[in-house]
Design a protein around this ligand. Structure first.
Ligand SMILES: [Zn+2]
Length: 134
C-alpha cells in the first residue's frame, strides 16, 4: 500500500490526501511532502462506529478525518505537535504532544477507542513502525 500523505495547503488551508509532491487540488500551489520530519497515525480496527470518521486536530487546527483501519502520514517541519482526536460527542482524548526533532524525525502513533459509560475516549500510543500496515 502506498503511503497516503495528509497535507494542509500552506496557501489556501485546504486539507487533502496526496501520494507525493504535487499541486494543491484547490489552488494549485505546489506542495512538497519531503519535509524533514513526519508523523503517522494509524486507526486500529474497531467494530463500534467503524463507519464513522474520526476528526483529527493538530495544534487545535482541523486536519480532516481518519477512517477505520486507515493510516495517514503527516509531513511536518521539526517542532512540537499536540494531537487530538474527536468524534461527535466523544471528545475525550489523551492528547499526546509529540516532538519531531533531528534525533527523532518520524513518529508513529496508533489510535484506539476505549468504550466508556457516558462517552468513548481515544487513546494514542506511540508504536513501532514495524507494527504499522505497509
Ligand atoms: Zn491550496
Amino acid at each position: 500500500m502506498a503511503i497516503r500523505y495528509r497535507i494542509k495547503c500552506p496557501s489556501c488551508g485546504t486539507v487533502s490526501n496526496v501520494s507525493g509532491n504535487g499541486p494543491c487540488p484547490r489552488c494549485g500551489s505546489l506542495i512538497s511532502v519531503e519535509t524533514p520530519a513526519s508523523f503517522s497515525l494509524y486507526r486500529m480496527g474497531d467494530f463500534r462506529g467503524s463507519a464513522t470518521g474520526l476528526s483529527i486536530y493538530i495544534n487545535n487546527e482541523p486536519y480532516g478525518q481518519i477512517g477505520n483501519r486507515e493510516c495517514l502520514t503527516f509531513p511536518m517541519p521539526y517542532g512540537e505537535y499536540l494531537i487530538h482526536i474527536a468524534c461527535g460527542m466523544n471528545r475525550k482524548c489523551n492528547d499526546p504532544v509529540i516532538k519531531l526533532s533531528p534525533e527523532d524525525p518520524n513518529v508513529y502513533m496508533q489510535i484506539r477507542m476505549k468504550a466508556g459509560f457516558f462517552q468513548n475516549s481515544f487513546i494514542l500510543n506511540r508504536a513501532d513502525p514495524s507494527t504499522m500496515p505497509q
